[in-house]
Write a protein that binds this ligand. Structure first.
Ligand SMILES: *Cc1c(COP(=O)(O)O)cnc(C)c1O
Length: 394
């Protein structure tokens, strides 16, 4: 038998991706505030998760930096896991602040949303657990489920009749069941019905609710605590996960949960234990941003108005659209159509990258307009003028 070299196999796979129009590359470009500079052209950035525009808020940043330089807490690395010598006081301060914001018993901070989602469920589940996850949950949750000993089933996206049927059939056969969902979904921008999920949970004595608020934290709810705050169901959520890398313009993630859950995670969660903790300087920045969260209502309202306008305009151009958030997909269909659409937008001054399988289901390649509070209503009108009708690109 003849052996192919590793390089030959990988090169062939790359060639195949290229021929399918599915090859990924790290995008070039300089990111500056609302704009991206690519090949000497300044384009409005429609692909960022900086939902409140805080990453370009120079007042907030220079204010923070000027105070920071005077303090002794200017630590660029924790140099260790929190379980060893990396547990700087800033983590405790941030966790108290978060628990307080949610009026919950406790919070635990992680290096990223990826660490949170790939670590929490593998820690708290065992072979007698069942996880019922929405078909469209984020890759980081899927990877967590691959590491978990639990039995895993997926319910059709936002289909709570399907979920209910699975619960009735399988909940009695397992010690505990975890319903896992995002609140705002990454790819379609649609939302889970958290009130209904909270009701559903109450019908069963052994069901727990895990909600990933990555796209809603900072954006939804009176104080920016997420869709759970907006729906008034934060108390029903057993594992409420949020991330700092999107609207909070920082890095890291958290879960709010009961104290015993937190204690357990500190003992068992591998993506917390076996990794270097976030740099204290970064944690201080997160604290700074979160202290401003409740006064960002104006930005949230602007983003909401902007999103409604764009959602309607995209639907009017024939793309159909189930979004109810600041994430507005423009589903082109084929990879080629999505790439073409991205090119047209670029020509007219907008930076929006095409999304293709496996990130989205086959045949639903798309642009994903990711709106932020840094985008004006005038910008929105120009974006919509630039977007061709669906019938013109198919
Ligand atoms: C971005 C995202 C994550 C990952 O968070 P990071 O902090 O970027 O690792 C997790 N879940 C969802 C739904 C996300 O969109």
């Amino acid at each position: 038998m003849e052996f192919e070299t590793l390089y030959a196999r990988l090169d062939a796979e790359l060639d195949k991706l290229q021929s399918e129009g599915a090859l990924r590359a790290l995008p070039a470009g300089k990111f500056k505030g609302r704009y991206v500079k690519v090949f000497g052209r300044k384009l409005l950035n429609l692909s960022s998760n900086d939902y409140l525009g805080l990453s370009s808020d120079m007042v907030l940043q220079s204010d923070f930096l000027s105070r920071l330089c005077k303090s002794e807490k200017f630590l660029m690395s924790s140099s260790s896991s929190r379980l060893l010598t990396g547990n700087f006081p800033q983590y405790g301060e941030l966790e108290l602040l978060i628990a307080d914001m949610y009026r919950k018993e406790s919070a635990l901070v992680f290096s990223s949303g990826y660490h949170a989602n790939s670590g929490i469920l593998p820690a708290v589940t065992d072979s007698r657990s069942l996880v019922l996850a929405d078909k469209l949950v984020h890759a980081s949750i899927i990877d967590g489920l691959r590491l978990s000993k639990a039995k895993v089933m997926r319910y059709a996206h936002n289909n709570y009749e399907h979920l209910h049927a699975l619960l009735e059939k399988y909940a009695p056969l397992h010690t505990e069941v975890f319903i896992v969902t995002e609140s705002i979904f990454s790819m379609d921008g649609d939302t889970a019905d958290l009130r209904l999920l909270a009701e559903l949970k109450k019908e069963f004595r052994n069901v727990y609710l895990y909600v990933d608020e990555a796209h809603a934290f900072g954006v939804r709810g009176e104080n920016g605590l997420g869709l759970s705050e907006e729906c008034g169901v934060s108390d029903e959520i057993d594992f409420l996960v949020g991330t700092f890398g999107k609207a909070a313009a920082s890095q890291g993630a958290f879960v709010v949960c009961r104290q015993d859950i937190r204690d357990y995670l500190v003992n068992k969660m591998r993506t917390l234990i076996y990794t270097t903790a976030l740099p204290p300087v970064n944690v201080l920045w997160t604290i700074e941003v979160l202290k401003h969260f409740d006064c960002l209502e104006k930005k949230r309202r602007h983003l909401d108005a902007l999103s409604s306008f764009v959602r309607k305009a995209v639907a009017d151009k024939g793309y159909g659209n189930i979004s109810s958030s600041q994430i507005v997909p423009v589903v082109a269909g084929s990879n080629d159509a999505a790439i073409k659409l991205s090119g047209i937008m670029r020509e007219t001054g907008f930076y929006v990258l095409p999304l293709r399988p496996p990130t989205v289901p086959e045949g639903t390649s798309r642009l994903r307009l990711s709106l932020t509070a840094a985008i004006t209503m005038e910008d929105a009108a120009m974006i919509m003028n630039a977007l061709p009708e669906k019938s013109d690109i198919a």
